[in-house]
Design a protein around this ligand. Structure first.
Ligand SMILES: Nc1ncnc2c1ncn2[C@@H]1O[C@H](COP(=O)(O)OP(=O)(O)OP(=O)(O)O)[C@@H](O)[C@H]1O
Length: 286
């Protein structure tokens, strides 16, 4: 499997924030969920990938090409959706098509119309009369209508209701049926990523904490919940992170089946992505 995106040791220095040697990959045929708390560096990383801001060090390859030297060739094959619509509010969906047709050689009017129909968006309504969900759907239709091979989405489903989100997630799943396609998808809605992502890249304070298969996280890792007496007896090197709360302790373990075999009396649940994030951010380690 080839990588559609390869980010290596990417650095960006702002006066009060540093992105530090960020490395991860987006393999072809996969959806990578990009997670992290507010201000962790997700948008900064995405802007560096898209060469919208200048990097201080590191490299980004997209389709095997350098993201700066081969920017035009790369951008022709990428669809991008941010959490805000950048379209002029007096435009209609039909005006957007006229503009994007001049930008993308592979713009496909029929495909655009098909997405608009699927999303129930009128071509003749001006954008300022759209709801937030309609604006987001228009952005997604516009990002897909030139047959991109890569979608980069920054909080593209935030603020949308579960029905609209599920429709959009289905479109993303359709999109990656083509093994040469890939999606980098930043989101705070970890439940959506649990549904569609193949890999999770977790960034915290400008550092990548982990970049691994979602199935490993969900099916392998576990959360141990126990009281103080049981917790004191545990070998802390068996725990990835732990956190004390009002009811006792919660700890993340790498392999829940193995842990259960060793400690049959303790309760070990499957770990949700947001619980893992919380333990990494707030938890202690040996
Ligand atoms: N142009 C800029 N100048 C200075 N600092 C900046 C600039 N852009 C972003 N930052 C800082 O970089 C840090 C990371 O911001 P970024 O937008 O990448 O976070 P994020 O993970 O996308 O957060 P969120 O989930 O809230 O969107 C923040 O501390 C932000 O203030």
């Amino acid at each position: 499997m080839e990588n559609v995106i390869e980010v290596r040791n990417l650095c960006k220095n702002y006066p009060s924030f540093q992105l530090k040697n960020v490395s991860f990959t987006v393999p072809s045929g996969s959806i990578v969920g990009f997670i992290g708390e507010n201000g962790a560096g997700k948008t900064t990383t995405i802007k560096l990938i898209l060469n919208e801001i200048r990097r201080d060090a590191g490299s980004v390859k997209i389709f095997g090409m350098d993201n700066i030297q081969d920017e035009c060739k790369i951008k022709e094959q990428i669809g991008v959706v941010f959490d805000e619509s950048y379209f002029h509010s007096e435009f209609k969906a039909s005006d957007i098509a006229k503009i994007l047709k001049r930008i993308y050689k592979s713009w496909d009017d029929a495909l655009y119309d098909d997405y608009l129909r699927r999303f129930r968006i009128s071509k003749d309504k001006i954008i300022k009369e759209y709801s937030k969900g309609m604006k987001m759907k228009l952005s997604i239709a516009s990002a897909l209508a030139h047959h991109p091979r890569l979608l980069i989405l920054d909080e593209a489903t935030s603020g949308l209701d579960p029905i609209v989100r599920s429709e959009i997630l289905d479109i993303f799943l359709d999109f990656i049926q083509d093994e040469s396609h890939a999606i980098l998808f930043s989101s705070h809605i970890t439940g959506d990523l649990e549904k569609v992502a193949d890999y999770i890249t977790f960034i915290h304070e400008g550092n990548v904490v982990f970049d691994r298969s979602k199935d490993d996280l969900i099916y392998l890792c576990g959360i141990v919940k126990c009281g103080a007496a049981d917790f004191q007896k545990l070998d802390k090197t068996e725990l990835v992170r732990w956190h004390k709360n009002e009811c006792g302790y919660e700890a993340l373990v790498e392999n829940r089946d193995e842990f259960k075999r060793k400690h049959p009396r303790l309760v070990v649940d499957a770990a949700a992505i947001d619980e893992i994030m919380l333990l990494y951010v707030k938890g202690e380690k040996a």
